[in-house]
Design a protein around this ligand. Structure first.
Ligand code: SF4
Ligand code: SF4
Length: 114
């Protein structure tokens, strides 16, 4: 058998289900609907940087035996999120994205004015 066997492409799935799989993309929103965090679990290597920088203890690591570090990130306290974006900025693998309605509106405003 050839060692050059091609890996099957990962198809991200947007999911709001509590039962998720490592290849999923998971979207979680604050109860006021203002902030959403998207975690691309298939990109997360479990380095824990996002957990360390989060000032509000929103994130934590869960065991994932198929991951490089044996863990991936998960949301623990979504309503604590202040949309500071530190987790998104620090993640070396673009595995986490933060969207805040007010910040997105400001960005659009700047584009229109500029
Ligand atoms: S946006 Fe800020 S408060 Fe929210 S999870 Fe990321 S680091 Fe934590
Ligand atoms: S910083 Fe990125 S790669 Fe590291 S644990 Fe967080 S989401 Fe995963």
């Amino acid at each position: 058998m050839s060692d050059n066997k091609k890996m099957a492409p990962v198809t991200p799935v947007i999911s709001d289900e509590s039962e998720v799989h490592a290849e999923d993309t998971v979207k979680t929103t604050t109860s006021d609907g203002q902030t959403t965090i998207v975690i691309h679990r298939h990109y997360c290597k479990g380095c824990e940087l996002c957990v360390e920088v989060c000032p509000k203890d929103v994130l934590h690591m869960v065991t994932a035996t198929d991951r490089w570090e044996g863990a991936i990130v998960e949301i623990l306290n979504m309503d604590n999120c202040n949309a500071c974006m530190l987790c998104e900025v620090q993640c070396p693998d673009f595995a986490i994205e933060v969207y805040n309605i007010k910040k997105e509106a400001k960005k659009k405003e700047k584009k229109t004015v500029g």
